[in-house]
Design a protein around this ligand. Sequence first.
Ligand code: HEM
Length: 159
Amino acid sequence: MSIITLPYLSAVCHEALRIYPTQLFTFPRLVESPIEVMDYELNPGTILIGNIYSTHQREDLYPKPKEFQPERFLEKQFSPYEFLPFGGGSRVCIGGNFALFEMKLVLATILSSYQLALVSQRPERPKFGGLLGYPASGVKMIIHGRHQHQQQSKLSIVA
Ligand code: HEM
């Protein structure tokens, strides 16, 4: 089974990026010529910044938005205007696919090898600094066991 195509692992990564996108806003865009966007007439010189965090918290798109529900990504395909952890348009993050690949690889490798428990039973809180959001106390965990592999792992990296 390919790590990259595991649907629930992908859904967990997407939901983590939805609920706490590490970058809360896109980089700014400068309007160069008059344009109308969603009934707003925008003049040259106007600066626009996409609010990733607030879009991902919209109740109409993500019912109970504060809840971690990876299943939403299995039930529905979100448009680039609804789910945008890596920004969008021609200046979209160039490392987005690489970052997702890395997330899945690290999670699958650790979770298939070790049994883990959270050090703190209290929910991890986000901390926001500048444009970025991250776990306030680093999600500290302890290893309390190893998974015994009877045979060589059936997980592979590429499809
Ligand atoms: C979870 C990891 C990451 C997140 C959430 C993230 C998020 C973002 C966001 C929101 C933007 C702004 C896009 C926009 O304004 O529309 C951006 C831009 C960018 N990111 Fe990432 N990024 C991540 C990882 C990476 C990695 C691994 C690289 C490089 C290998 C990278 C390189 C860049 C570059 C170069 C830009 C500027 C693109 C441009 O302005 O044309 N990012 N990223």
